[in-house]
Design a protein around this ligand. Structure first.
Ligand code: ZN
Length: 102
């Protein structure tokens, strides 16, 4: 198998091209076999305000809380809904550490 980005030969079952860092679709999925996270759960938790913690992203969680304090929580609710939509439509497809949501 060759890298789709730079064309270099890839090691078997590589999750990532060692030359340019491009993620390889099949290898990527195999590398994370059993370690993926639930997209549905991530989206639902996002609506309850704790989705960012599930996605290993405490920084974004805190940011929403701070925005919430200044907007009577309207700002954080809007952000949670927007993030839940992004999870469901695939715009957000991994957690903050790159673990795929399936
Ligand atoms: Zn490459």
């Amino acid at each position: 198998m060759k890298c789709v980005n730079c064309g270099k030969q890839l090691p078997k079952n590589a999750a990532k091209c060692p030359t340019c860092g491009t993620f390889i679709e099949n290898g990527y999925t195999e590398a994370y076999q059993g370690k993926t996270k639930s997209k549905a759960l991530a989206g639902i938790l996002m609506l309850f305000g704790i989705g960012d913690l599930y996605l290993n992203n405490p920084g974004r969680f805190l940011k929403k809380m701070v925005i919430g304090l200044f907007t009577l929580f309207i700002g954080s609710v809007v952000m949670q809904i927007a993030d839940a939509i992004k999870i469901f439509n695939g715009t957000i497809s991994t957690d903050a550490k790159g673990i795929p949501l399936v």
